[in-house]
Design a protein around this ligand. Structure first.
Ligand code: ADP
Length: 380
């Protein structure tokens, strides 16, 4: 039996459980708290923060290979473990250009991938934003941003801090604002022998910069799919990447695909694959990092919709009545992450509904509305 170490014990690690069982793999999880979602499914837990390399050294002693559900690691410290023989997939060298948003943009520019114009910010953020691209513009914390935290959309001068008050001491990246038609995402995987598998292109919808819904419904124009797939293949190949990667894109009105961001792990936009694909993204990740043949990414149904159940208050409820109502929706698969506390914006669970061949986008939108009416208070 293979033992796979997973750095991070949140819902992404938790959702590897079924695939691990199917593939006879044991998961050892490194995570800071015994209440983290994946502790309940791990064979063993190393109780340590994600960036704690001493914890990862312990993990390495217990596992054949180590992978990531959270990339906010201490790469220089992990490199020492790799030098001592620890096996990481994806390899640490593939992560080096991805963990800092400016480095990621520079890497993408180097390999010729289309994306928004960007600039490193030195000096005053407000002056930089106004001088570089004018308004609207987007400021992003270069490191440790997730779920829109650390992303500031500057629409008007009212959104700007007064000149002189906001220095770039937290290392910001500035981007042009893309007036996108919609946002797309795709999951792609690459195995140790270089085989690649690409999942269907999906539409994601964000509310306040956090993903709220994923639609696996549209037959995108062939040129759009070709742009997405060319970018995904080129990135995986250039990084000699092993594992699953999430790609987020903007689709412009003239049907150009621009990369927003890469996530070197399983991703929220791929949760639908648990219920709607031959091989889920979680199984694919385990297959890739264990050197098993990759599985098919084909849909097993007519499509799907996924809605994130985001916290809308600070509470400790398990929302049993809402969970019950959501599970009654036909063809619904409810995933409840069993987090101990809700707070606004926190991902508490998700629901995927598989569609049959006769259901179209408007059916999918009606299902989304039904889910959101159950879960969200009207104002959220
Ligand atoms: P995070 O890494 O925290 O998820 P992202 O960089 O993905 O943050 O941004 C979150 C959301 O903010 C995006 O999904 C998009 O809706 C919006 N956004 C980010 N960058 C831009 C941009 N350059 N132009 C327009 N909207 C953007």
């Amino acid at each position: 039996m293979k033992r796979v170490g997973v750095i991070g014990g949140g819902q992404l690690a938790w959702m590897m459980a079924d695939a691990a069982e199917k593939l006879a793999i044991q998961l050892v999880v490194q995570t800071p708290s015994l209440t983290d979602p994946a502790v309940s499914i791990a064979s063993e837990t190393v109780l340590a923060a994600v960036a704690d390399a001493a914890g990862t050294a312990q993990l390495a002693q217990q596992c054949d290979v180590i992978t990531f559900e959270n990339e906010f690691v201490d790469l220089p410290a992990l490199s020492k473990l790799a030098d001592q023989g620890a096996c990481f997939y994806p390899q640490l060298t593939a992560l080096i250009p991805l963990l800092d948003k400016l480095d990621q943009r520079s890497f993408l520019q180097k390999i010729g991938v289309p994306m928004p114009r960007f600039a490193a910010v030195t000096g005053d953020l407000t002056v930089a934003a106004l001088q570089q691209f004018g308004l609207p513009a987007v400021l992003k914390a270069r490191r440790l941003g997730y779920d829109g935290q650390g992303t500031l959309i500057l629409k008007t001068e009212a959104d700007l801090p007064p000149i002189g008050t906001a220095k770039s001491d937290h290392h910001w990246l500035l981007e042009e604002f893309v007036p996108f038609e919609c946002e797309l995402a795709v999951m792609a995987a690459r195995s140790i022998d270089g085989t690649q598998v690409i999942y269907p292109v999906v539409e994601t919808q964000q509310v306040n910069q956090v993903c709220r819904r994923v639609f696996v419904t549209d037959q995108w124009d062939a040129t759009v799919v070709a742009q997405v797939e060319t970018i995904a293949r080129s990135v995986l190949e250039n990084l000699n990447y092993v594992g699953v990667m999430g790609f987020e894109f903007f689709l412009t009105a003239d049907q150009q695909v621009l990369v927003n961001e890469l996530a070197p792990r399983t991703h929220n936009s791929g949760h639908y694959s648990l219920d709607a694909c031959v091989t889920s993204q979680f199984e694919q990740q385990l297959r890739a990092v264990c050197g098993l043949p990759l599985g098919s990414a084909a849909l097993t149904c007519g499509g799907a919709v996924m809605v994130n159940l985001l916290g809308y208050e600070s509470a400790t409820s398990d929302y049993a009545e809402k969970q019950h109502q959501l599970s009654q929706i036909s063809n619904a698969h409810l995933y409840w992450y069993s987090k101990t506390a809700a707070r606004p914006g926190r991902k508490l669970g998700h629901v995927t509904v598989c569609l049959n061949d006769s259901q179209d986008r408007s059916d999918a939108e009606a299902i989304v509305q039904q889910i959101e009416q159950i879960w969200y208070p009207a104002s959220f």
